[in-house]
Structures are given as C-alpha cells and as structure tokens.
Write a protein of this length. Sequence first.
Length: 130
Amino acid sequence: MSNRLIEIVNEMYAALPATDWETFQSHMHPDFCVVEADTLPMAGTFAGLEGFQELVGVVFGMFSEFIPEVRDMAVSDNRVMVWVDMTLTGAKRGKTIHTPMIEVFSFEGEKVTEIRPFYFDTDLIASIVD
C-alpha cells in the first residue's frame, strides 16, 4: 500500500502543472482540503477541487516563477511526506528566493483527505509578495 500512496502523490504532482483537474480530483477524498499557514498571504483552508483551484490561482498570481523540485518522499500507513525545494519569484517585486518545504499528504484508503504544507521560512516567502 505504501508504494501506491507514493504513486498517487506523484500523479497529483504531475496533474497540477498540466491542469489535469480530472486526474487530481480522482485522488481526492470527498472531505479533501489544503491547509495553508496563517502567516502566509494565501493563509486558510481550501476545501474540495474548487477550493484547491482557488488556492492555485492565488499562488500563481503571487509568483511569476514557481518551481517545485521534489527531493525525497517518506511514507507511513496513511501519510506521505514530500521534501520540496522551491524557487519562487514574486510577481510584483521580481525578487527570487530558494526555500525548502515539506508537504504532508494524509490519506483515507487511497484518497487524499488533506495536504498540509510546512514552510521553512514563511517570513521569507511573504517578503517577496508584499
């Protein structure tokens, strides 16, 4: 089962830049949400596909460059933790940063119930989008 959870996360990562919402949604639990840190401009809980699409619109509006590079994954019975190195350029100020992040995908069976990103430096990220 653990290999299958990693496959699902990889399929979701591949679906996002292609805006393949059908594939992305096929892996979502009915109670799916993304929970963003309160200290970020995109703070909040985004529920379902519509909420996720709203979040993507906000994020891509803030950054002219958004390059996530997956470095590693770890899996437990119902979670996949993904180490991501991000290159981000603020759309308004044009400043570029490099920062790591961990995204935790929680599962019920083979459906993702929650994605919760943990940013290394939320102040740094916020500083390039102000």
